[in-house]
Design a protein around this ligand. Sequence first.
Ligand code: DTR
Ligand code: ZN
Ligand code: ZN
Length: 506
Amino acid sequence: MSFSRGKLRSVTAIAACAGLVLTGTATAQAAPKSLPDELPEKVELGSVQRHLIAMQRIADVHDGNRAAGSMGHETSAEYMAQRLERAGYDITRQQFPFTYTETLAEKLTVGGEDAPIVVMEYSKNTEEGGMTAPVAAIEPDDTPGCEAADYGDVTGRIAVVKRGACSFAAKQAAAAEAGAAAAIVYNNESGPLNGTLGDADSAVIPTGGVSQEAGKTLVDADGQDVTLELRQLQEERTTYNVIAETTTGRDDNVVMAGAHLDGVTDGAGINDNGTGSAALLETALQLGGSPEVNNKVRFAWWSAEEFGLVGSTHYVNSLSQEQQLDIAMYLNFDMIGSPNAGYFTLDGDDSEGEGAGPGPYGSAQIEKAFEESLAERGVEAEGSDFTGRSDYGEFIAYGIPAGGLFTGAEDVKTEEQAAKWGGTAGEAYDPCYHTACDNLGNVDYGALDVNADAMAQVTAQYALSTEDVNHIAPAEKKNRAQVAKQRSADKKLPAVANERAHEATA
Ligand code: DTR
Ligand code: ZN
Ligand code: ZN
C-alpha cells in the first residue's frame, strides 16, 4: 500500500520540518511524511485481509451469517471493539431495537413448474405448505395496481401486478382492499425483484416479487390455480452500533467515517460489507486513539443497515441539533472490494446528473478529495448517485455533507467501464450480492487495496483540516469556554430533518 505523493499537504509536515532543523542533524534526512501520506502506507492489505478472514470464520461458526441481531454480528462487533479499545479509542456500544426478518419459505408453482419468487421484506405470511388460488392478472395502466379500482373484484385471488409508479406497500394494500388474498409484483426491468414493504405495519397480505419472465408466465396463467408459499420469521430484536472516537482533536468539528458491519442472512457478507468494515478497522488502528490531529475522528460500525439503514438512522436521530452541528462530515464505506469492481465516489456534485440532485454543501468537495486520491492510484472514478441506499442517507437528510466509496452491487458493468477498469462487461459488479457466495472468494483484493488507501488518505486529510468542506480553518482558536456554554444551553433544541432520502421500496 505505498504510493508516494509529491505534495506537502499539512501544517503537521511543516512543523515536522522545523523540528529537523532544531535537532541540528548533520546528515540529510527526508522530511517525515504528513499523516495523509503516511496513513495509507500503514494500512496494509495483509492486515485488512486478516480482518476479513476473521469475519468469514465468525460467519462459518455462527450459522453462516453476520446479520444484525445474530451471534455472527455480535461476535464481529466485539472483534472490532476489543481491538479499538486496545488501540486507545473511546468506545460506545449504542443499542437499538429493530424488526429482525428471515425467510422461511418462498415457493411459487405455476402449471406444475416452480417459478422463482422472493418474499418481500415485512410481508404477511401464507400458511405453512402454501395457498392455492387463481391468478388475477391486472392490466397495467400508468399507475399499475396503485389504486384498488385497478383490480376489480379479485376476492380470494392472487393479484399479479407490474412494478412501477408507486411503492410495493401501496400495491399490496390496494390489492388487499380489492379482496386479493396475496400479491405478486413482477419486475419492469431484467433481473429478479427483491423488494421491501418498508415496515411491518404496512403489510396487509402475503407479497412476493418475480422477474419479468416469471411475470409473463403468470399473466398467461390468468384464471388458473397456482400455489404460493411465502413465509418470513419476524421478531423484535436488539442490536448495537460500535462507535469509536479519538481522544484528541476538537469535538465541535468531528470527522465521521462509517461502514455497516451487519450482513444479510443468506451468507457471510464479506464484500457487503466485510470489506468496508475491515478497511475502516485497520484505518482506525493505524491512526491510533490519540493521533496528533486538529479534528476528532469518530468511526462507526453500523448495525441493521440491511434491515433498512436502522442503526445509522437511529444514531443520527439520537443527536441534538448541536451534536449534529458538531459533525463536520460523514464518510461512508459500503462494498469496496466487489469482484468485478467499479470505482465509484458518492456523487456529491451531481456531475453524473442522474437521479437525486447534489449532496449538502461540502459533499462536492468530499467527492473531489476521493476522486483525487483514486486518481493518484491510477484510477479514474465515476460518480454513484446519492440514492440514499446506504448509511449516509440519514446524514444528508439533516444537511450533513457526505461522501464515500463504492465498487458496485447488482448493476452491470458497461463496455466502457470494462475498458477503463478491467473486469467483465455485461456482468454485475458483484454477482454474489446478497447471496450465499458472498465469501472470501468474492473480493477483488486489488480494488480493496486501492479503496482502503483512499479511505485512509481522505480520512487523515480531513482529520487535519475540513476547511475546504466547511471553511473551519485548522489554526482557528475559539473561546472554547464560551462555545461550550452556548452549546450546553442549546442542547435541548430538537433537530429538524428534511424528508428522508428515497429508499428502494418501489
Ligand atoms: N447499501 C448496499 C448496497 C448499495 C447499493 N447502492 C449503493 C450505493 C452506495 C453504497 C452502497 C450501495 C447494501 O448494503 O446492500
Ligand atoms: Zn447489502
Ligand atoms: Zn452494504
